[in-house]
Design a protein around this ligand. Structure first.
Ligand code: PLP
Length: 377
């Protein structure tokens, strides 16, 4: 077996809502949730129903054919942007690849533009195009000579770096993997204004922040970032593989045969996507993300530990900055029945599902407090 993931020494055998059990029957609160993709919790009845029904029909449908589930989901997604156009694929990194290709082909129609701007600490995926946009040099070092050139700038310097030679700027409205850093409204507005003035396209990577996790369907819109192209993935189909690109119709389109995906928008994932959309609206889940995120963070802020330097969050994307390495803390939490993940070397990240309850937040807070108290200063 390849060793690329290391391994957490844990086999999950069942899960309901925000809780999972391992193969020995031990219980965990799951705030890792498939790296954020189990946004609705495990085995959500409405999503299970949609998936079961869809399994009775063809599982894949060739891209050129019509399909009720795929067309229905596309229609929902197109409503996210003005005259929105939609491309469906199977993962976050694929959504970024498609967004890059789309932005390059459209910007070529706006004159010769050579610059691509991304942000320091950005994470956009690991395929070759997405990897070029990702900042962390550790992830890139074996491939750096083969990556397209990208200028990585500090978030607060992005607007100044954009000029008439810039093809596009790509940004997460809320950085996740890079350490949980929210983009401020001022920065979002400055980037938007500069892009409008220079005819530069904005790609928002909402793979982790979008679909309600950060308190809005698109976190960008919440902070005043006005993307031309949005990439979504993770929780959209409740944990089934999916990637989405939505863009403003007025900016243009892919050239004919310029991109494609065999499984993109397959009827099973699309059906679950429709059900997840209905849940978002009916149960006002983005609002719940705000309330629950605030509840959890206020509990975390009660922990009086010399090892916590800052807590940053937007909705249910939460980062606890430590003076310690985050990985051993993640491991210690796992041993005590809490699943979390690191976001960079010193940030502990929690990605609770919408269905997490106050008792889960309380228990995780207590376990984190105990874990930090056991560490020698
Ligand atoms: N972009 C962001 C912001 C992400 O958080 C991730 C995954 O963590 C990706 C892109 C890549 O998505 P995937 O792992 O589905 O390819």
């Amino acid at each position: 077996m390849s060793n690329i993931y290391g391994g957490r020494g844990l086999e999950i055998s069942s899960g309901i809502g925000a809780e999972v059990k391992d193969s020995s029957g031990k219980y965990y609160i799951d705030f890792l949730c498939g790296n954020g993709s189990e946004l609705f919790g495990h085995c959500h009845p409405a999503l299970m129903k949609a998936a079961h029904e869809a399994l009775n029909y063809p599982w894949t449908c060739s891209p050129g054919l019509q399909n009720t589930a795929r067309d229905g989901f596309r229609k929902i997604l197109s409503g996210l942007m003005q005259n929105g156009k939609v491309f469906l694929c199977n993962s976050g990194t694929e959504a970024i690849e498609a967004s890059i290709k789309l932005a390059i082909s459209i910007s070529a129609e706006r004159g010769k533009r050579k610059k691509i701007i991304a942000l320091r600490r950005a994470f956009h995926g690991r395929t070759m195009g997405a990897l070029a946009m990702t900042f962390n040099p550790v992830y890139k070092k074996s491939w750096s000579e083969f990556l397209i050139p990208v200028q990585h700038v500090k978030m607060e310097e992005a607007a100044d770096a954009i000029d008439n030679d810039t093809a596009f700027v790509i940004a997460e409205p809320m950085q996740g993997e890079g350490g949980v850093f929210p983009m401020s409204e001022v920065i979002a507005r400055n980037i938007t204004e500069k892009c409008k003035r220079t005819g530069t396209l904005i790609i928002a990577d909402e793979i982790q922040s979008g679909w309600g996790r950060c308190g809005a369907i698109l976190a960008s819109h919440d902070i005043g970032l006005e993307p031309d192209i949005v990439a979504l993935a993770k929780g959209i189909a409740g944990g089934l593989p999916i990637g989405v690109v939505v863009w403003k119709g007025e900016i243009g389109d892919f050239p004919a045969r310029g991109h494609g995906s065999t499984y993109g928008g397959n009827p099973v994932c699309a059906s679950v996507g429709i059900a997840s959309w209905q849940l978002l609206l009916q149960e006002k889940l983005p609002d719940r993300a705000v309330t629950n995120g605030n509840t959890f963070v206020s509990m975390l802020r009660e922990i009086n530990s010399p090892f916590i330097t800052e807590i940053r969050h937007k909705g249910l994307l939460i980062g606890v900055e430590l003076t310690l390495k985050s990985e051993p803390v993640v491991k210690a939490l796992q041993d005590k029945g809490v699943l979390a993940l690191p976001a960079g070397p010193q940030v502990l990240r929690f990605l609770p599902p919408f269905v997490a309850e106050e008792r889960h937040f309380r228990e995780v807070t207590q376990i984190l407090k105990n874990t930090l108290e056991e560490i020698e200063p």
